[in-house]
Design a protein around this ligand. Structure first.
Ligand SMILES: Cc1cc2nc3c(=O)[nH]c(=O)nc-3n(C[C@H](O)[C@H](O)[C@H](O)COP(=O)(O)OP(=O)(O)OC[C@H]3O[C@@H](n4cnc5c(N)ncnc54)[C@H](O)[C@@H]3O)c2cc1C
Length: 430
């Protein structure tokens, strides 16, 4: 029987530390108990602030415990694109923060807080879809090296079998500093650290309204109203329609994952000899890895852009798994699940405010390092600490006139991407 809950939830302990009553006053309310919210709450609590962290579901219900567990830096936009949009200085700062600072911060937080989340610096292999892409990536890396001390190498096609037992890719890029975590344990650890520092966490407690009240805000929940000096929205791809300004800026693109049954003896070595976190450059953006115990394959990708039944997404992902590793045809799947990423139209996250209410969101598919980093930075900025300075306060969180509340366009975007997939297949076949 295929389970539709994330594989990671099997090691994601139930949250039991919930206080009985919602306080009526506090310094800060953080809405959304994912990696952004937990990290922000931890920073506030360590500074002695009274902080209440709310989640509409169980804490960690969102993308933070559903993802692929790959942790690293980097962004979707090229340096040229960032320079054109934000100017050269900001673009360089964005590059440094996304490639280096965010990962260094997340790794330090894991260590300092003793978060037991199977974090390991496995390295990430990015398979190149064809020879032209390999050459372009190698040129891009030469340019990046002139700007940043990155620990990245190209893996030519003739050497790739030491990294991965697939012949689908034309070589790859190896990002040595990137790692992997167990997402359930990672979130659990971050949440527990926030509670240890003094944060009060309430699950099943949605913020339904935030309005200005006196010198602060009143946050309405089904358990009552809390007055807070400041509010941080950390809801990313799970932002709801009550928060219209944010909802119109966050696109909840679904991503899908599967986990296989335990691999037969020797198969892990055959398929994943380098034990890397693997991604690829084609538009399908498959990402795959071994589970932290090395016994299963976990693979994610675009089965659709909106929600589809887990049996349907499993069928699509199974096909992609077989394409990458034909050796896995006899394997059964045990889990097939989904989660919502929070894409912004600029493909960049942002820390800013609307009507005095802060937000940190828009990770656009990659947040295991960036979400705790920006949660922390947002908290520092809200407390007036200059260390909160970040170029992600200069990015834009845009909307479009045709996006009001529902992301009606996602099924159409899916078909557009299916054409891109066909083009990718043709380009590779040449
Ligand atoms: C399937 C998938 C695979 C991914 N793989 C990777 C990966 O391998 N590596 C990587 O770096 N990133 C990955 N990501 C992205 C990464 O998971 C996210 O960027 C990151 O977890 C965002 O964290 P967050 O705390 O901002 O949001 P979330 O973890 O989504 O948390 C938002 C929370 O807000 C709560 N909420 C919403 N509205 C309200 C409300 N009104 N009141 C109270 N609570 C509310 C929700 O219940 C939810 O728990 C993936 C994402 C998905 C979905």
């Amino acid at each position: 029987m295929l389970k539709s809950d994330p594989y990671w939830w099997e090691d994601f302990a139930a949250f039991e530390d919930q206080p009985a009553d919602l306080p009526t006053d506090c310094d800060v309310v953080v809405v959304g108990a994912g990696l952004t919210g937990c990290s922000a709450a931890l920073t506030f609590a360590k500074d002695g602030k009274s902080v209440v962290l709310l989640d509409a579901q169980r804490p960690g219900y969102g993308a933070s415990t559903r993802n692929g567990g790959m942790i690293g830096g980097g962004y979707r936009l090229s340096l040229d694109e960032m320079t054109e949009k934000y100017g050269s200085d900001t673009a360089h700062q964005l590059l440094r923060e996304s490639h280096i600072d965010s990962l260094a911060f997340a790794a330090a937080r894991i260590k300092e807080e003793g978060i037991d989340c199977d974090y390991q610096q496995y390295g990430r292999f990015r398979g190149q879809w064809n020879k032209a892409e390999y050459d372009e990536t190698a040129r891009g890396l030469d340019n990046l090296r002139k700007l940043l001390p990155v620990n990245i190498d190209m893996v030519p096609p003739e050497k790739q079998k030491t990294e991965i037992g697939s012949t689908l890719y034309s070589g790859g890029m190896l990002l040595h500093d990137h790692g992997g975590v167990h997402p359930g344990k990672y979130l659990n650890g971050m949440l527990k650290a926030a509670v240890r520092a003094g944060a009060q966490v309430f699950g099943e407690t949605a913020a339904t309204e935030v309005v200005a009240a006196g010198s602060g805000f009143a946050v309405t929940t089904p358990r009552g109203v809390i007055r807070a000096g400041a509010v941080l929205m950390a809801t990313n791809g799970y932002t709801t329609a009550q928060f219209a300004e944010l909802k119109r800026r966050m696109i909840p693109v679904s991503s899908f994952l599967i986990a296989t049954e335990e691999l037969p003896t020797g198969m892990a070595d055959e398929l994943m000899p380098g034990r890397r976190m693997c991604v690829e450059t084609r538009n399908r953006h498959c990402y795959f890895r071994l589970s932290p115990d090395g016994k299963r394959l976990v693979l994610g990708g675009r089965a659709a852009m909106n929600k589809v039944p887990s049996a349907r997404s499993a069928q699509v992902l199974r096909g992609l798994l077989h394409e990458i590793f034909p050796q896995t045809r006899s394997l059964s799947l045990t889990h097939s699940w989904t989660g919502q990423t929070g894409f912004s139209f600029s493909f960049m996250p942002q820390i800013s405010t609307f009507d005095g209410v802060w937000h940190a969101m828009g990770y656009s598919g990659s947040g295991n390092a960036m979400a705790p980093y920006l949660g922390h930075k947002a908290a520092l900025q809200m407390m007036g600490d200059p260390a909160g300075e970040t170029a992600f306060s200069k990015t834009t969180l845009e909307t479009r006139f045709w996006y009001r509340k529902e992301p009606w366009f996602l099924p159409f975007a899916h078909w557009l991407y299916r054409f891109k997939d066909l083009r990718d297949d043709r380009v590779r076949a040449k």
